[in-house]
Unconditional design. Structure first.
Length: 152
């Protein structure tokens, strides 16, 4: 293998390790979201998720920069077809990327559902207490929604 191909093989191997770690964090996040665990556990896993996502992005940028320096500049599909050893690592990595994408999307759906449920519960509580103002994250007042969610 040429030096560029050796470097690419090493980057892809590191991407596989990071992707596997990212998937593990996403699975942990899914468990926390569905079990109703304490907010600190969710905060901890969110920090780990952010760290892993940034590490993966850094590796992706490094991979693209390496591809751009190859003469002629090429893409992964072309290299995978031309070099079976690179193709094997790349083809092993693609399902891991897809698994991470699926888990992240699924967790996002759960988070959105929880957010909506929380907003609805807060609207009911505000309406019951006669409170007409809520505050944004930076402490500024904003008009509260007092719509009726359900009647008996």
């Amino acid at each position: 293998m040429t030096e560029h191909l050796t470097q690419l093989h090493q980057l892809l191997s590191r991407e596989q390790e990071e992707t596997d770690a990212f998937v593990a964090v996403l699975e942990q996040e899914a468990q926390i979201l569905t079990s109703g665990a304490d907010p600190q556990a969710l905060a901890d896993v969110t920090q780990s998720k952010w760290y892993r996502a940034n590490a993966l992005n850094t590796l992706r940028v490094q991979r693209q920069a390496l591809l751009d320096t190859m003469n002629p500049a090429t893409d992964m599909a072309t290299l995978a077809a031309m070099h079976p050893d690179i193709g094997a690592v790349w083809n092993d990595l693609k399902p891991s990327f897809e698994r991470a994408r699926e888990l992240n999307a699924s967790n996002g759906v759960v988070i959105e559902h929880l957010r909506k449920s929380t907003e609805e519960a807060m609207a009911v509580l505000r309406a019951a207490s006669g409170q007409a103002t809520v505050y944004t994250a930076n402490g500024r007042p904003t008009a509260a929604s007092t719509r009726v969610l359900a009647t008996r």
